[in-house]
Design a protein around this ligand. Structure first.
Ligand code: ADP
Ligand code: MG
Length: 442
């Protein structure tokens, strides 16, 4: 960090310097071959910090080139609230008092400069209401979350009069418009676009230890997206970190563990009538091994309990077993006599960890994937190759085309659901009142 002194002593502000990668992006500003810039960066890279410097320069350029004051300078975030929360204070701190014509307008988050130019924070979800002025510079922050129509229908046309420039910054989110912007800026793309990609670590604001910690706790794909700034498609296989070879066949030194009658047993259960689905696991040295599967066609929970008893009771007892069932079983009944699926399990003598509410599918999927392969490459979930229904399910359970909604029509959902209730229950579930902590919260 170094301190730059403004020439005007009165507006002396302690300023931190741009980091090297921030400067690389910055230095390409206002060149014709980089009229539309795209910076794809990991979390906490310093994107918003860079935004302040960009806006300052856009103000200076507007004044220097005597740009018509109808052309405004905008910071856009996905919503106005977000723009205000993330940027408004930083913007006011970033512009010297001596540049301002009057006090900043706190209601619409705008600032009028002495030159007459207007700097404004806008919410891109209301892009229809944004038309009116021209634009000299547009900076879209968290651009991956902005509606792409905001650009095509509103902002792009506004830049036309004055030949304004734009910078999009954000973190990848699947193969969406932000990725298109990135590709346009790469060699072979558009002649007036330029793009960069930097990891969180390269940003220099997050210590390596912290990144390592995230790598251990997030599943590999989320880590690569959020911290390595890689565009990942989440379409396709749901249990993508699971591979038949690495998690089942070729376990090398780890090897699928056989049933150990001295150790406790854990069950993941998805209540269905057809088929009733259950994954049977044991934990060895911190890793979970699926040693068996129970799949019964046209069945009910009583029959499942009977089957568990046949295979795994010890001296007639089931107390060594912990079950993690689908929370919907608290209401649903696959048996008669008014008993719920969960009450039947409880009546059998097993310990039952019944989640008080349904985990988000996405969270359940993330936990399962992080156990199959975490961001640091460690695998902590293995399956005996004899569990054929389960492996089929883990390999073939997919999202519906182009959505993030699991396809429930293939029949491959049940075993995955069963095992993921267990893995979520064990590793992510926070008992009632405590809502799931959103580790990805921005
Ligand atoms: N060049 C820099 N010098 C000093 N601090 C910086 C720099 N860039 C970013 N930071 C600080 O790092 C943190 C993360 O920056 P921010 O811009 O909010 O990241 P992002 O928008 O990428 O999540 C903030 O506290 C910010 O002030
Ligand atoms: Mg930011």
């Amino acid at each position: 960090m170094s301190i730059r002194k403004s020439k005007n002593k009165k507006s002396f502000i302690k300023r931190e310097k741009l980091s090297k990668p921030q400067y690389e992006i910055y230095s390409w500003g206002w060149r014709s071959e980089a009229r539309f810039r795209t910076a794809v960066c990991g979390r906490r890279f310093g994107k918003t910090f860079l935004a302040v410097e960009e806006i300052r320069r856009a103000c200076r350029e507007a004044v220097r080139l005597n740009i018509n004051t109808d052309n405004e300078i905008w910071y856009g975030a996905p919503t106005f609230r977000q723009a205000k929360r993330v940027f408004w204070r930083r913007l006011k701190k970033g512009l010297p008092q001596s540049w301002l014509a009057s006090k900043p307008n706190e209601t619409d988050c705008s600032i009028v400069l002495k030159s007459g130019h207007v700097v404004r924070c806008v919410g891109l979800n209301e892009y229809d209401n944004l038309r009116g002025s021209g634009l000299w510079f547009f900076l879209g922050d968290e651009w991956q979350d902005a509606p792409p129509e905001a650009w095509t229908e509103t902002i792009r046309p506004m830049l036309s009069t004055a030949g304004g420039h734009a910078l999009f910054i954000g973190t990848p989110k699947g193969f969406n418009h932000f990725r298109d912007n990135y590709i346009d800026g790469q060699p072979g793309g558009e002649p007036d676009c330029k793009s960069w990609k930097y990891t969180t670590l390269e940003g220099g604001n997050v210590p390596a230890d912290e990144v390592k910690q995230a790598q251990r706790t997030l599943d590999s794909r989320t880590f690569e997206q959020e911290y390595c700034a890689d565009f990942k498609t989440f379409e396709g296989r749901i249990f993508y970190a699971f591979t038949r070879d690495a998690n089942s066949n070729d376990l090398g030194s780890i090897r699928a563990k056989a049933y150990d009658p001295a150790k406790p047993i854990e069950l993941g259960i998805d209540f269905n009538i057809n088929p009733m689905s259950c994954a049977v696991l044991q934990n060895h040295d911190g890793a979970d091994y699926q040693i068996d599967e129970i799949v019964i066609k046209t069945s009910n929970t009583d029959e499942l309990v009977t089957e568990i008893r046949n295979r795994y009771s010890r001296n007639g007892s089931l107390t060594h077993i912990t079950a993690y069932p689908d929370p919907a079983g608290a209401q649903r009944r696959t048996s008669a006599q008014g008993r719920t699926d969960i009450s039947i399990l409880q009546g059998s003598g097993m310990r039952v960890i019944a989640m008080s509410s349904h985990p988000l599918v996405r969270d359940r999927v993330n936990v399962a994937n992080s156990r199959a392969k975490s961001g640091d490459g460690a695998r902590r979930f293995f399956v005996d190759p004899r569990c054929k229904h389960s492996i089929d399910s883990y390999e073939r359970h997919v999202y519906k085309d182009g959505t993030s909604e699991p396809d429930k029509g293939t029949g491959f959902d049940h075993q995955f659901d069963a095992v993921s209730y267990l893995l979520f229950g064990k590793y992510a579930y926070k008992p009632p009142q405590q809502h799931a902590i959103n580790i990805m919260g921005r």
